[in-house]
Design a protein around this ligand. Structure first.
Ligand SMILES: Nc1nc2c(c(=O)[nH]1)N[C@H]1C(S)=C(S)[C@@H](COP(=O)(O)OP(=O)(O)OC[C@H]3O[C@@H](n4cnc5c(=O)[nH]c(N)nc54)[C@H](O)[C@@H]3O)O[C@H]1N2
Ligand SMILES: Nc1nc2c(c(=O)[nH]1)N[C@H]1C(S)=C(S)[C@@H](COP(=O)(O)OP(=O)(O)OC[C@H]3O[C@@H](n4cnc5c(=O)[nH]c(N)nc54)[C@H](O)[C@@H]3O)O[C@H]1N2
Ligand code: SF4
Ligand SMILES: [Mo]
Length: 741
């Protein structure tokens, strides 16, 4: 509680740390936060929050957070003014691009960008000015397969079907642990209660995961599956669903093409053929198929564990297909599209997302295809380190920590250290930004207005909410969008681009700001000016009148109208997916089973109190037992000589790390699990609290060569590793290297 005598003020806003969009009730006094609680009156989250919400205060107050731009010098970091920092950045970037070509500049954009409407709306403007083909983002270590499936089946990368968790009677979950993550591509605050409600209405929840997760524990059934084999299992499920009476697509059949191709493809994928690879008994698969098709409504949902996967795009395609052929698509209790107030799909062109693209250009070294304007981040290291024309010599990173979050992080670490110039837009000096020549720190979450442009599109209910800034930004500080706009303007001026027009655009955009664009988008949206529930329709002013947000109703059928394919039809068997099936057959040959020749399969995990790599400097979130441990099954522990609490040396093709061991039958035999986002012990990282809970980075083990060959997305599910007890390594007299040294 507040010590000050200043009167306390009450604020309502949305937490933007994860995708759940929880409503917060924040008290402040004398310019300081005194309490953060769940907002019971928020129609979407109804009071739910998780332990991370309080981090919004801690991030704001964190003494390690940069409050002004810094420059790296021989004697350390030196604070500089915004003018100097922006001028120098623009000058260096311009000079490098002029000398070595536009593509000599690389850009990496991280996850918090999609949690900030200012950044989301202004980043594309800067990218257009930069004109580099070397654009990367956290998308290709995350949900790229979902976008490719959506683009190829429904005609738009953002037409991502959302599981109707609140009305379904059968939920089949693969590779997601929403009890830890709070849901992803399924914004659903209070997932535990929503799953329980399925059970209370007589329904069933089934989790397919190589680990018996928190979600699996509350489900009715948990099925172990060998990491990386889900596409094969989904095909066997599809085989069964198309057998006999076959598909029951109902009205969906009227605007879907490709069922015959699907039938042909699925013909030989029997559950018996899949079993030796997946480890899922054929009888279990048969029963699940029967339950799925018999249920009044059902939905299959798959997330990170089957997206960051060697067959990620195929998994997401098959999940959509399964929902379609069982008639559970575009219908309550199945998978549906949202009808967002700010429509990124069907809104006015200037403020919507592009429908997507594939293969318009290729990466220089390995020739991997572009998707929706970006290249897979797994190639970033080699694009910097491999000599030759078109090599990346300068980088911009914004709201990302790719050294820790992308595969073969050690290589990228080395690559960043070799750049001619690097600028990072980030509040912290961390594993990535320590390589910057200049760091530009944005305002904090509480100093900005907020509207979830992305997550209202991906939520289990149609809602809209605007949060005004809680605090005035410190004088002279800048928002992310302002930093983008300033850099864009300076680069254009340096290039001598049309002076008058450039100046006018700059001034207009600065005046409009993200909230001005938000207002335009809301007015143009499906609840805009003309329509209910507001007499005058929804716009920024009317939304501001509703500090807890507005409920716009449950997900509703919207097809074929909402499709974005040119013929307004669903493509059940897109060519690029069909072409990839041969790779599946080759990877998992008929009549054989798993063989890793002594290696273990590594998977990741999330903990409720982590958030990728960047909340470990919050003391309240890192207290308690160390979480960066290697989970090993008791049988494997015995065989490998590992003991609870002992240290293990884990090696892969690209690196090695050591971590304390947790022996548990939560993971399936042959599988080990390490969380991601750790590894803060690197020299030069200025995160005092995180440094005391440094852990090691799983991405020093994951492999930049282990990808979904179709999408280019990194594969983190089932990385082959060798595990040994550290003691035995010592007695063998080998030198032991710590990955954090
Ligand atoms: N092995 C393995 N690796 C993974 C995953 C996995 O499951 N396993 N998950 C992947 C997934 S799903 C994701 S999304 C990625 C995340 O990958 P990244 O986005 O690269 O990493 P984050 O850890 O989210 O880092 C966020 C950065 O943004 C900064 N930041 C926070 N707020 C702001 C802000 O408002 N403005 C600016 N400019 N900066 C800000 C933080 O200080 C931090 O440096 O990691 C991926 N990596
Ligand atoms: N607390 C917390 N919340 C977060 C985040 C965080 O870091 N911490 N990150 C946020 C982000 S950026 C994202 S994208 C979302 C992700 O949200 P989720 O997709 O729910 O992510 P995870 O909790 O990592 O769940 C992935 C599951 O996949 C399983 N898995 C691994 N390999 C395989 C496989 O081959 N097959 C199958 N079937 N399963 C597999 C893992 O065991 C794990 O249980 O979470 C968001 N929310
Ligand atoms: S679940 Fe996500 S949105 Fe809700 S309080 Fe936690 S971090 Fe914030
Ligand atoms: Mo993510």
């Amino acid at each position: 509680m507040s010590q000050s005598s200043a009167p306390s003020e009450l604020h309502f806003r949305t937490c933007n740390l994860c995708e759940a969009m929880c409503g917060l009730r924040i008290e402040t006094s004398g310019g300081r936060v005194t309490s953060i609680r769940g907002d019971e009156a928020d129609p979407f989250s109804k009071g739910h929050i998780c332990p991370k919400a309080v981090a919004l205060q801690d991030l704001h107050e964190d003494p390690d957070r940069l409050r002004q731009p810094v420059r790296r010098t021989a004697t350390g970091w030196q604070p500089i003014s915004w003018e100097e920092a922006l001028d120098e950045t623009a000058r260096r970037l311009n000079a490098i691009q002029r000398e070595h070509g536009k593509d000599s500049l690389g850009v990496y954009v991280g996850n918090p960008t999609v949690h900030d409407h200012g950044a989301m709306l202004f980043l594309p403007l800067l990218l257009r000015t930069l004109r580099t083909k070397n654009k990367f983002s956290a998308t290709s270590v995350d949900q790229l397969p979902h976008h490719i499936a959506a683009y190829s089946m429904f005609g738009h990368q953002f037409l991502i079907p959302i599981p109707d968790i609140d009305h379904t009677r059968y939920m089949l979950i693969l590779g997601a642990n929403p009890l830890a993550s709070n849901g992803s591509l399924m914004s659903a605050p209070g997932v535990r209660g929503r799953l329980k409600a399925i059970q209370e209405r007589g329904g069933k929840v089934v989790v397919v995961d190589p680990r018996k997760t928190e979600t699996a524990r509350v489900a009715d059934e948990h099925v172990f599956i060998r990491p990386g084999t889900d596409a094969l299992w989904l095909f066997s499920l599809l085989h069964l669903l198309l057998e006999g009476a076959g598909a029951k697509m109902g009205r969906l059949a009227e605007f879907s093409d490709g069922l015959a191709t699907l039938r042909e493809l699925a013909r030989d994928f029997t559950p018996e053929r899949a079993e030796p690879h997946t480890g899922v008994p054929a009888a279990t698969t048969r029963r699940i198929a029967r339950e799925l098709s018999a249920s009044e409504s059902a939905v299959c949902y798959g997330r990170v564990g089957v997206s960051t996967h060697a067959f990620g795009a195929m998994c997401q395609w098959l999940i959509n297909v399964i929902n379609l052929v069982t008639g559970n698509f575009d219908r309550p209790g199945g998978a549906l599209f949202t009808k967002p107030a700010f429509d990124l799909v069907h809104g006015p062109k200037a403020i919507s997302m592009s429908r997507g693209s594939f293969g318009r250009w290729k990466s220089r070294v390995r020739g991997l295809p572009e998707t929706s304007g970006e290249l897979p981040v797994a190639v970033l290291g080699e694009e910097i380190l491999t000599e030759g024309p078109g090599r990346i010599r300068a980088m911009i990173t914004s709201a990302g920590n790719p050294v820790v979050s992308t595969p073969n992080g050690q290589q990228l670490d080395k690559a960043f250290a070799s750049l001619d110039f690097m600028v990072c837009i980030d509040p912290y000096i961390n594993e990535t930004t320590r390589h910057a020549h200049i760091i530009l720190p944005p305002s904090t979450q509480l100093e900005r207005s907020h509207y979830d442009l992305a997550f209202h599109v991906l939520a289990v209910r149609n809602t809209a909410k605007y949060s005004p800034p809680l605090f005035e930004p410190r004088p002279g500080s800048k928002h992310d969008w302002e930093i983008f706009l300033e850099l864009k303007h300076r680069l254009e001026t340096l290039r001598g681009e049309p002076r008058v027009r450039g100046e006018l655009t700059y001034r207009a955009l600065k005046k409009l700001g993200p909230d001005g664009i938000l207002d335009l988008g809301l007015r143009a949206g499906p609840y805009g000016m003309r329509l209910r529930p507001f007499r005058k329709g929804l716009n920024l002013a009317s939304l501001k009148q509703k500090p807890h947000g507005v409920d716009l109703g449950p997900l509703q059928p919207s097809l074929p109208g909402r499709l974005a394919t040119r013929d307004r039809r669903i493509q059940l068997a897109p060519e690029l997916m069909v072409a990839d099936v041969q790779r599946l057959r080759q990877t998992f040959p008929e009549g054989t089973g798993a063989s890793e020749q002594g290696s273990m399969l590594l998977i990741g995990r999330r903990h409720l109190r982590d958030n990728n790599s960047w909340l470990h400097n919050v003391p309240r979130l890192v207290s308690g037992k160390p979480r960066c441990t290697l989970m090993v099954h008791p049988e494997d522990a015995r065989r490998l000589g590992l003991q609870e609490g002992g240290e293990a040396l884990i090696t892969s093709r690209v690196g090695e790390v050591r971590a304390p061991v947790t022996v548990t039958d939560e993971v399936m035999p042959g599988v080990v699990s390490l969380p991601h986002g750790y590894g803060h012990g690197r020299e030069g990282v200025r995160l005092r609290v995180a440094g005391e809970h440094a852990g090691v980075s799983i991405n020093d083990l994951t492999d930049d060569r282990f990808l979904d060959a179709l999408s280019g997305n990194a594969a983190f599910s089932g990385v082959q590793v060798h595990v040994k007890p550290l003691e035995s390594v010592r007695t063998e007299g080998q030198p032991v290297q710590s990955a954090t040294a």
